[in-house]
Every structure is written in C-alpha cells, then in structure tokens.
Design a protein around this ligand. Sequence first.
Ligand code: A2P
Length: 280
Amino acid sequence: LTDTYSLNNGTQIPIVGFGTWQTPDGQVAYDSVLAALKAGYRHIDTAAAYGNEESVGQAIKDSGVAREDLFVTTKLWNADHGYDQAKAALATSLEKLGLDYVDLYLIHWPNPVAMRDNFEQLTADTWRAMEELYADRKACAIGVSNFRPKHLDVLLKTAKVVPAVNQIFLNPSDMEPEVVAYNQAHGILSEAYSPLGTGKIFAIPELKSIADKYDKSVAQVVLRWSLQHGFLPLPKSVHADRIEQNTELFDFELSEDDMQTIDGFHGVAGLANDPDEVDF
Ligand code: A2P
C-alpha cells in the first residue's frame, strides 16, 4: 500500500486509496478511516460534498500516522467554482480536515448547472485559483474529477499546470475508454472511484469463478484488474474486514486472458454512467 505512482509533477501517490463517498459523517466515517489507516492505507480520498471532512480529519489526527506519510485528497464542490470561491473553499476544507495542506485538490465536477452559460470563463478562473494554491503549497498536486475530454479541452486552453489526476467512475462495467485514453495521452492519472461499481459488480456471476481460481474474493480480483490497467482504485467500505481485504492485492497477478474476460464485462452490470445525465 505504500507503493506509489508518480504524478506528472513528480509527486508520489500511493496506488490504492481509501474512498469515503457515501460514508456517513460522524462515528462511521471516523471509525472506517481509522480502520483503514490501521490496515495500512496511506491515501485517503474525501470531498467537501461528502460532508465528512471533519470526521476524516479527526481520524487522521488520532491515528498517529505522520502527516508526511499520508496522502490526503479533497475536492472543490460545485457551488465553489470561481477564483475567490475556490480559494475560500480550500481554506474551509483544510480547517475541517485540521490540515495545513492537502496532497491533491480536485475540481469535483466540470459542469454544475450554474456554470452552463459561463463554462469557459469559470473553469479558467477556478483553475487559475487552483494553480495558485498549488504554487503556495496548499495542495501538492491539482486535478479534476468527472471531466470528459471536451471539458479537459476547455480547461487546457488556459491552464499553465496540466491536471495531475482525473478521478472518474471506473470499473469493469464502466470502462470509460475515451476518457481513459485522453488522460493517458495527456499524462493525467486515471483514478477510479467506485472501483467496485458501488457494489454492483458483485452481480456479475463470472467474476466469482475467476476469483475462485486465484483463491481471492471478487472485490480483490476487480481491484487487481484496476491496478493492472494502471488505474488508481479508491475502494470504499465501512467494515474493517473488507477494508483490510481490499488491501491484499499484491500476492497474485491476473493473467492476460482473465484481464480480457473482465474487460468484456463492460456495460453488463448496467452501470455505464450515462454522460448525458450530467452533460451539456
Ligand atoms: P460496505 O461499505 O458496507 O462494506 P465502491 O468502492 O465501488 O463504491 O463500492 C463500495 C461498495 O462495495 C459498498 O457497498 C461496500 O459496502 C462494498 N464493499 C467494499 N469492499 C467490499 C468487499 N471486499 N466485499 C464485499 N463488499 C465490499
């Protein structure tokens, strides 16, 4: 879990992160982050919109893990696009987390409704603020989430810093080939939120027979598949045994055949994110 990828600015990022989307604030978030840090995770992914930054921050503090050994990501919410707003938003997140800096700060969504008439200007303004936060070392790296190529094209028109990361919904049932190819071509790491399809990949029966072959669980096989594609999976769980299980990914390797079989599940769990739902 301490193995790292190098981001495009040289920052090292632990290759599995602990996801906290849909983890309720309070005791549940606190306990699960503490369990994750105990199990050896050194990369925690949260967001202002998850509403759990205070509990996440408290667990980090109480874990006793040294700050320099940790990688913490949070995200700018839709209401906070714009130059001044972005700066204020990170300050608020840092205060809630009880941290002086985050390792990675992401724009959570490209296209909140309020931006639709003014997308190019607001994106440029928001990104300029992010670049300054990066220069001031309030964030060791900056990036985006849920961006499609056309959104990245707009951002890159005025960007001085290329995003280090694009965090997307990415799992065997929704492989986002165009986004992944775009990220790769631009040196942007593809992080996978909901790497287990929010739990829906367990409905694919063929995964169980592959898992049995390796004497691993379905979750472990799917997370391993994500790693072997060069993605950075961010599995979420609120159960200590699963949190630990999701770290045991480094004592086996999926064969090329099994990788291809799993690639073939694209769309089968009915998960493919419909971009039109969130697009404009
Ligand atoms: P829970 O939090 O109750 O453990 P994703 O990371 O794709 O969003 O998926 C998270 C979902 O998968 C949650 O419902 C989580 O449930 C469940 N989950 C996480 N890890 C495992 C595992 N190792 N085995 C079974 N279910 C898991």
